[in-house]
Design a protein around this ligand. Structure first.
Ligand SMILES: Nc1nc2c(ncn2[C@@H]2O[C@H](COP(=O)(O)OP(=O)(O)OP(=O)(O)O)[C@@H](O)[C@H]2O)c(=O)[nH]1
Ligand SMILES: [Mg+2]
Length: 491
């Protein structure tokens, strides 16, 4: 598959192009389409430390989930989401099965009888991969592979694979590699075995291309090399984080309020950033389209500036390796003055999405507590949250009425049609911290530079042109006050 025109009916096909839609990042979308994976080209991996080249080669898959708690609708939504994830990773979903049990089977995840059934489905459909809707232990993966006779991967590996495909920046790539290695480390043996069987299809024989699993010594060497690479990656990520910190400190010095957009993957975070700032960040009907935080300047109706950061989307059971690896990028979340929590109002279970996002945010805030000092607000205080229900143009009116009742403080918008955006901006204006010193100055016309700074960093309350200069009464950031002191005006 190379572009959406050729495969309009594919469930993973992109949304139709909206040529004049300001919320869509056309150019990046083309880039992404042109980089679409070509399946079946990768050759067997010879060096396990090259984790980033190890695509999962998911092609024709059967999904299987264990439904332990919650409603049937929730169990089905979870499997539907797994299907969307699998399609985003480039695979074709043939079948989905759910087993109701108290807890996953300790040895094969699904019960042994069900595993036999699964094997029949795999054979009947001609699937080459089974994806389980959870995180399996290395032993469970191996045991289930033995029964179903094809490669078995779990939800964590799938999400890691999508992240690996979507990472573009150096930092993003490093973070994903680190997460993949962490996931791989305890699973090296399992991988070796499954890869061998996968390549040759003659389990038990002991020679030939692709059939030599790594020997014990090789595994030990590989483990050591992976650990070394992980240590190196951690150092590199730390270095990249320092560069970003410097940039952020510069912003803090001018005390421009910061807003971080968080939310479930595909909720429309990037679309909202584009709609509020007129930028062209990548928008795609795919999960985890955005991995790198993008910061843009935006303006409130009263002229005050703020910065808006788009962040990686969250999902139920986001792999902990990823939260850990993305911690440095997620610091944008910790240090924001306000979290704009975007919810997809057209999703069947938006309240579940809100819950999942809040869980990850809480984890990120806890992990980062005690880290870098906060400039705004008190140290370690969690940023306030503003819920924004998006896609109201596509949402079911009954659901919207329910949501309005359930989420009294939320703002309802459509990034696509622009509905509700004006209200969102005025709510933002109320909620964002104001510059905190009031000054009255008579600026000579030669100091247009200072007048410009008052306009960009502060809030002008009154302004009048006098013979000797501009008389301005304004609220400005404390940091700007000293430069203005010599022009202080008393009436
Ligand atoms: N109908 C409708 N669709 C929307 C709206 N906002 C965004 N979308 C669509 O939802 C999909 C996801 O939008 P994105 O802005 O990429 O979502 P995101 O939250 O940034 O997603 P990730 O970066 O993948 O986590 C795209 O197909 C958008 O066109 C909206 O207000 N109405
Ligand atoms: Mg996005």
């Amino acid at each position: 598959m190379t572009n959406s025109e050729q495969t309009p009916a594919s469930p993973s096909a992109f949304e139709p192009r909206h040529d004049r839609d300001p919320s869509v990042g056309e150019l990046q979308l083309e880039d992404r389409s042109s980089l679409k994976r070509v399946a079946g080209l990768s050759t067997e991996l010879t060096d396990v430390t090259e984790v980033e080249y190890r695509q999962l080669r998911l092609e024709r898959v059967v999904l299987v989930g264990v439904w332990t708690s919650g409603t049937a609708a929730q169990a089905e939504a979870s499997l539907a989401e797994l299907a969307a994830l699998a399609e985003t990773a480039g695979s074709e979903v043939l079948e989905g099965l759910i087993q109701r049990r108290d807890k996953p089977d300790a040895s094969t995840y699904i019960g042994s009888g069900k595993a036999e059934e699964l094997r029949e489905v795999v054979q009947a459909t001609g699937a080459d991969t089974v994806i389980c809707d959870g995180e399996l232990t290395p032993a469970q993966l191996t045991a289930l592979e033995k029964v179903v006779k094809v490669k078995v991967v779990d939800r964590t590996a799938l999400i890691l694979d999508i992240f690996a495909q979507h990472a573009t920046s150096r930092e993003g790539k490093a973070q994903v590699s680190l997460a993949q290695m962490e996931y791989m480390l305890p699973r090296l043996r399992g991988w070796g075995e499954s890869m061998s069987r996968q390549a040759g299809g003659r389990a038990g024989s002991n020679g030939g291309v692709g059939l030599r699993g790594p020997g014990e010594t090789k595994i030990e060497t590989d483990r050591r090399r992976i650990r070394e690479r992980m240590a190196k990656l951690r150092r590199e990520i730390k270095g990249m984080k320092q560069a970003r910190d410097t940039k952020r400190t510069r912003r803090h010095r001018t005390e421009i309020p910061a807003v971080a957009i968080v939310g479930y993957t595909n909720a429309g975070k990037s679309s909202l950033l584009n709609a509020l700032t007129g930028s062209g960040v990548l928008v795609q009907n795919a999960l985890f389209a955005t991995l790198d935080p993008t910061t843009r300047r935006a303006e409130l109706p009263d002229g005050r500036e703020f910065v808006l950061t788009d962040t990686v989307g969250f999902v139920r059971h986001l792999p902990t390796q990823l939260v850990e690896a993305f911690r440095s990028t997620l610091e944008e979340v910790t240090e924001a003055d306000l979290l704009l929590h975007v919810v997809d109002g057209s999703d069947p279970l938006p309240l579940d999405q809100i819950k999942a996002v809040r869980e990850v945010v809480t984890e990120v805030l806890r992990e980062n507590a005690g880290g870098t000092a906060h400039v705004h607000g008190s140290p370690n205080s969690a940023p306030a949250e503003l819920l924004v229900v998006n896609k109201i143009d596509a949402a079911d009116p009954v659901m919207l009425t329910q949501l309005r009742g359930a989420l009294p403080g939320a703002v309802f918008v459509s990034a696509r049609t622009g509905e509700g955006l004006a209200e969102l901006q005025s709510v933002l204006a109320e909620r964002l911290p104001r510059p905190d010193v009031e000054v009255s100055v008579l600026l000579p016309y030669t100091r247009g530079d200072l007048a410009a700074r008052i306009h960009s960093d502060g809030q002008v309350l009154e302004s009048a042109h006098e013979p000797h200069g501009t008389l301005i009464r304004a609220r400005v950031p404390r940091a700007l006050a000293p430069a203005l002191a010599e022009y202080a005006h008393r009436s």
